[in-house]
Design a protein around this ligand. Structure first.
Ligand code: UGA
Length: 463
């Protein structure tokens, strides 16, 4: 199948590369010429594990190419995937102007029938508007357009694995022919006919993915409902963690047991600094606004959002409680990315932590395996080091903001000796309190017992 990808963010690149790996002919375009030039030169504009290998292999084998000429890209494919960003507007609603621009561009550039597939996360009923825009702007001589929704469930940091080993593929379609075309595209993925860059020598046998065929409205809603539910789970775990701190329970023990119930499941119950990134914060808002417009009060989600916004406040409260005066203290940050295995800092809690520490007069140093360059463009005034031990040297506190595996495996004994005051506040519950205690650290995290730093029990619970 000949496929065009519009938008070379992580979703467009992962989708394009994996569909090329599945044997399709894929042309990708983006309205950022520098990004296209970099990709044509074989340079990766983002860090995403395994993406470089799969991109390079498929470019070499001439199944995957990049062009800055959007018209050329549109004409090259029978199926066009729209993978552009839908950032939040001031109101919290999704900004659909990029989708609108792409629709008009496709309508004027196409010369033959096309299936146009929404991959971008969009509110329900966008498909209808998309179809209308394609028809209204269609040039004489251009072919018919069909529209489908095929939401992605790709987590940054594991997106290639998620694409090649999905638990479900959702197809929102209106016609039989569209369903058949999409089934053909995903056939090799469902049948395991690709070289997997993630697993060697063979992929583990997992449950076969479900192909879910729905209306376009349902498919669009499934995406927002999925992300919002996961965000809800995280906020729930965070409130339970706060309660654990107050009553002297351990969130890790509680969640382990709660998650063993298959009706609940263990995932997305990790307490800490809360969710960030370019998906959950904006999607939860867009879903709330969509519900509002439809006359449904989604107070449940508003509360999850409120809880999440309060995580940085609680974290900084822990920092203040431990440091007493923040001004002039040397504070080292371990982790800047919104989650491990990505260089993405969009809506990362770290940004708000840095902003507030600087406002309070702290001297901030930071280390992140992949996200320092991006953070430096926002906060050039803080110090960066590739060496976690340098960040710890003479510091009054070390704050863990992202649960990179390599931070877990640092020589914590050495860090103890390097710090001016061996104080660690762990925003991701990455380390074991017992271990930190044995090394002699003052240590605090979320929802777990910690000797010196646990706040007093609420009066009602003391007797
Ligand atoms: C999320 C969804 O998981 C994907 O299915 C979806 O396709 C994607 O959004 C999207 O809409 O494009 P992503 O934002 O890359 O993926 O990352 P997640 O792994 O979902 O984590 C989101 C945030 O939640 C991170 O800040 C993470 O640290 C936080 N989180 C996650 C927790 O605080 N606790 C948890 O238990 C899990």
């Amino acid at each position: 199948m000949r496929i065009s990808m519009i938008g070379c963010g992580y979703v467009g690149l992962v989708t394009g590369a994996c569909l090329a790996e599945a044997g399709h002919q894929v042309v990708c375009t983006d309205n950022d010429p520098a990004r296209i030039a970099a990709l044509q030169a074989g340079q990766m504009p983002i860090y995403e594990p395994h993406l470089d290998a799969i991109l390079a292999a498929n470019c070499r084998e001439n199944r995957l190419s990049f062009t800055g000429d959007a018209g050329e890209a549109v004409r090259a494919g029978d199926v066009i995937f729209i993978c552009v960003g839908t950032p939040p507007l001031e109101t919290g609603e999704a900004d659909l102007s990029a989708i609108d621009n792409v629709a008009r561009m496709i309508a004027t550039e196409a010369r033959s029938p096309k299936l146009v597939v929404e991959k971008s996360t969009v509110p329900a009923r966008t498909g209808r508007q998309l179809k209308r825009a394609l028809e209204v702007y269609r040039r004489n001589g251009g072919g018919e357009f069909r529209v489908a929704s095929n939401p992605e469930f790709l987590r940054e940091g594991t997106a290639v694995e998620d694409f090649l080993h999905p638990d479900r593929i959702v197809l929102g379609v209106e016609e039989e022919a569209t369903e058949q075309q999409l089934r053909e595209i995903y056939g090799p993925i469902l049948e395991g006919r690709f070289r997997c860059p993630v697993h060697s020598p063979a992929c583990p046998s997992t449950k076969a993915p479900q192909m879910v065929v729905t209306t376009i409205n349902s498919a669009e809603l499934i995406k927002h409902a999925s992300n919002s539910f996961l965000a809800l789970k995280i906020s729930y775990a965070n409130v339970v963690a706060d309660l654990c701190e107050r009553v002297g329970a351990d969130i890790e023990e509680v969640i382990r047991a709660v998650g063993l119930d298959p009706r609940i499941g263990p995932q997305f119950l990790r307490a800490g600094l809360g969710f960030g990134g370019f998906c959950f914060p904006k999607d939860i808002q867009a879903f709330i606004r969509l519900a509002e417009r439809a006359g449904v009060d989604f107070g449940l989600l508003k509360e999850a959002e409120r809880v999440n916004k309060g995580r940085v406040d609680l974290f900084l409260e822990k920092v203040r409680r431990a440091l007493w005066v923040v001004k002039d203290k040397k504070v080292g940050l371990l982790g800047l990315a919104f989650k491990p295995n990505t260089d993405d800092i969009r809506f990362a809690p770290s940004l708000e932590v840095i902003r507030r520490l600087l406002a309070e007069g702290a001297q901030v140093r930071a280390c992140d395996p992949k996200a320092m360059e991006r953070t430096c463009t926002i906060f050039p005034q803080i110090q960066y080091s590739h060496d976690s031990y340098e960040v710890a040297r003479d510091a009054d506190a070390l704050l863990i903001l992202t649960e990179w595996d390599e931070f877990r495996h640092l020589n914590w004994e050495r860090i103890y000796r390097l710090m001016a005051r061996p104080l660690v506040i762990d925003g991701r519950n990455l380390l074991e309190p017992e271990m930190m205690k044995e090394f002699g650290f003052e240590y605090d995290s979320f929802g777990r017992p910690s000797d010196s730093l646990t706040p007093a029990l609420v009066p009602a619970l003391t007797h």
